[in-house]
Design a protein around this ligand. Structure first.
Ligand code: DGJ
Length: 731
């Protein structure tokens, strides 16, 4: 039993294997207070931790101090306007122009399993895998119901939260802020951890001390963004990879968001997450409801590794879907960095023939195959084949690639339109725009108004035509500019605050339609590289392109940050040409292979231009991907050493769930031959089993490898790497 209610204590409890979360009904009025979240404990009576009687601020004791009560209560879902001056989850505008909300407990249900949040993406689980608590809170003045959902997983230390807001009034009401979760904790000298970045430099781990007042991250780009990932964590200042307490939130959403940490005067730290309130105003007619996206909450008492393992397990087994969820993804050759827009069928087939000889399993044709698209100035929106480049159509090309023994995948950018396109000429109103203002172009393109069904139908019809007439087994879904000038021809003054969210729902609708009609398709999301690496997207695509930066050394930081939260099995990672198109750096082919090996493996270059020596390395790299790649894809991942932190070398390790195998990628960024070799203490092995190391065949116990350590090979040069494996042996 993961969820229960103790009527004597008036406390709800949620248990996961190692954590407990307690919610208390406070005082006679029924405020919903947050009593405890942390390491698993048997007790229900933790209300004393809320200290609500200190200074007699409880309303039933002294109504005079209602403001002090609201502003100091560790609460479950903070509301605006009545006295809680900290970040609020809910704010409204009612018919009389009032904005305040006050919620009290009304009733609750315990639901086996987890209700779906469709049309929103969300984690899922069977009835023996999770249990859900639905608490209904009510504002009797507004006649507004808020159903708070909490799901506790039975095998994974994750709790998910969302809220359904229902207008039971006979008057309309507007939600001007509707967050998904709030977590009030005692201040324990926390650091704030976020994933900050930029195009080609996504998800850099940023850790800094929490300070009094508000601090946080957000996106107003219409996508979750490369600049700030929808992830925030509070880690005790002393927490390390292996020890210390960490509380994290991750948003299952792909649009504007806000995540805040606020240290208040009472010594409380509030963490909140939800749809960004800027530009958001959602109208609820009588009986209408609004479902917030889901927040995943993770608590770890064993440092960042514990947090990472929980996110990885949850997302691999309870967020990603489809036939590829548990499968090794095909190795791919993608032509983008190999040809950019400059290709024709002959050139593509020459690359494909080389790829087929090496054993690469799938060819992915990137941007440029449709409309008039010889550069990025035109063609988006015209999803019919450019017969000048591909005289036999996509179908003919796919057949030829299939005849080589390879599968075929295709790139789309369905959310966009070029001003120079047939689609735009026929339907200029299909693009977001603000009348009387010049277009704000980015990459010379506009964003389609996917809030409108006719626009989605038009794009989808074109995609369906292509996908249903050729043997296409993979789609790369790209999105290369942020949303601006968000004006819709369908919008009115009343509903314009719904556009950003309806846009995201439109994207989810299109991806759902595609997966419904082509259930065996492997979908990879992508957005100017890794702009859209978020849990919302993982619900549709079990992998996401990590970054346009394919330089192996820059990728160390990008992949480390990404893997802090997201499973290695979801990270698109390719071997690209050198000097790197991104930064001009030249790294050995083997190192590029090792760095890509930890993710969904592929090549992104013109294979016809490789040296014979490089080409000869590919079959072995593919063999490593088949054998060792699975350990990274399905195992427990450990950051043994971080180049981002030490500036010299990186060591990533993964151990299979049954602890029979381990794989380690060591990248020596800067050579250090004068120093002694590095003695690296491994992690995650079974102390009592013996493991053979591929480096020299030596056999030692897991205890020896973990507490004594493994001598990393001495490599003579910069940017060199080694792939190390350990296998349990019976001796
Ligand atoms: C951005 C993507 O991240 C690249 O991989 C590539 O698909 C280009 N767009 C194509 O325009």
């Amino acid at each position: 039993m993961s969820v229960s209610y103790n009527p004597q204590e008036r406390v709800f409890r949620l248990d996961t294997p190692n954590t407990t979360y307690l919610i208390a009904i406070v005082d006679e009025e029924g405020f919903l207070g947050h009593a405890y979240y942390g390491k698993r404990i048997p007790d229900d009576n933790m209300q004393y931790t809320m200290r609500i009687f200190e200074g007699n601020v409880v309303p039933s004791v002294n109504n005079r101090d209602r403001v002090a009560f609201y502003d100091s209560l560790p609460t479950e879902y903070s509301t605006f306007g009545l006295g809680d001056f900290r970040e609020s989850c809910l704010q409204v505008l009612d018919e009389n122009g009032n904005r305040g909300v006050g919620l009290v407990y009304q009733d609750h249900r315990i639901i086996p399993g987890k209700p779906s949040l469709e049309p929103l993406p969300a984690t899922y689980g069977e009835t023996d895998e999770c249990e859900t608590l639905e608490i209904t809170a009510y504002d009797p003045v507004l006649k507004l119901k808020v159903k708070l959902y909490y799901t506790a997983f039975t095998q994974i230390d994750a709790i998910t939260r969302s809220a359904l807001i229902v207008n039971e009034n006979d008057q309309p009401i507007t939600l001007t802020r509707a967050f998904s979760a709030c977590l009030d904790l005692d201040n324990r000298n926390y650091d704030v951890i976020t994933l900050h970045g930029a195009w080609s430099n996504e998800r850099q781990i940023n850790r800094r001390p929490a300070v009094p007042g508000r601090q946080g991250i957000s996106s107003l780009r219409g996508v979750s963004s490369a600049q700030e990932n929808p992830f925030i964590a509070l880690a005790e200042h002393t927490a390390t990879q292996k020890s210390g307490q960490v509380y994290a939130m991750n948003f299952v959403y792909s649009g504007n968001f806000m995540a805040n940490v606020e240290m208040s005067e009472q010594g409380l730290t509030r963490m909140t997450m939800g749809i960004h309130p800027n530009g958001f105003a959602w109208n609820l007619a009588p009986n209408d409801s609004f479902q917030t996206p889901e927040v995943v909450l993770v608590y770890s008492s064993c440092g960042l590794n514990g947090m990472t393992h929980t996110f990885h397990d949850l997302y691999r087994g309870h967020l990603c879907r489809g036939p590829y969820r548990d499968q090794r993804r095909p190795s791919v050759i993608n032509n983008w960095e190999g040809t950019y827009f400059d290709f024709n069928e002959e050139k593509i087939l020459r690359i494909a023939e080389e790829a087929a000889k090496t054993g690469i399993e799938m060819f992915v044709l990137d941007d440029g195959w449709f409309g008039v698209r010889n550069d990025d100035n035109s063609g988006l929106g015209d999803w019919y084949v450019n017969t000048k480049k591909l005289p036999n159509g996509v179908k003919g090309l796919a057949e030829k690639i299939n005849a080589l023994g390879m599968r075929f995948g295709l790139w789309f950018e369905p959310e966009m339109v070029s001003p120079d396109s047939d689609l735009y000429r026929a339907h200029p109103d299909y693009a977001f725009q603000l009348p009387d203002r010049p277009h704000s172009l980015a990459r010379n393109q506009l964003v389609l108004d996917l809030t409108r069904k006719e626009v989605r139908d038009c794009v989808y019809q074109q995609m369906y035509e292509v996908l249903s007439t050729a043997n296409i087994e993979y789609v790369k879904w790209d999105m290369n500019r942020p949303l601006t000038n968000v004006g819709s021809y369908a919008a009115t003054r009343e509903n314009s605050g719904e556009i950003y969210h309806r846009y995201v729902l439109g994207v989810y609708d299109l991806q759902s339609r595609m997966l419904r009609d082509f259930p065996n398709l492997l979908l990879e999301n992508c957005s100017s590289g890794g702009n859209r690496f978020d849990p919302g997207m993982l619900y549709y695509s079990p992998q996401i392109w990590t970054s346009d930066n394919t330089d192996a050394i820059d990728r160390l930081r990008i992949q480390e940050g990404t893997a802090l939260v997201y499973p290695l099995s979801t990270m698109g990672a390719h071997v690209a040409a050198c000097p790197s198109h991104m930064n001009g750096r030249t790294t050995p082919f083997a190192t590029r292979g090792h760095v890509a090996l930890v993710g969904c493996y592929g090549y992104e270059l013109d294979l016809t231009k490789l040296t014979d020596e490089e080409k000869a390395m590919i079959p072995k790299q593919l063999e490593d991907y088949r054998n060792v790649g699975d350990i990274f894809r399905t195992g427990d991942y450990y950051r043994l050493a971080s180049f981002a932190e030490n500036g010299k070398y990186d060591v990533m390790m993964s151990v299979s769930k049954d602890q029979s195998k381990a794989a380690i990628v060591f990248v020596q960024v800067l050579t250090n031959l004068r120093g002694r070799s590095i003695l690296m203490q491994l992690e995650g092995l079974d102390e009592n089993r013996k493991y053979r190391c591929n480096l020299d065949g030596s056999v030692r116990t897991g205890a020896a490898w973990m507490y004594g350590g493994l001598l990393l090979p001495k490599l003579a040069g910069d940017f060199l790497s080694a792939l190390i494996t350990l296998e349990a042996v019976e001796e």
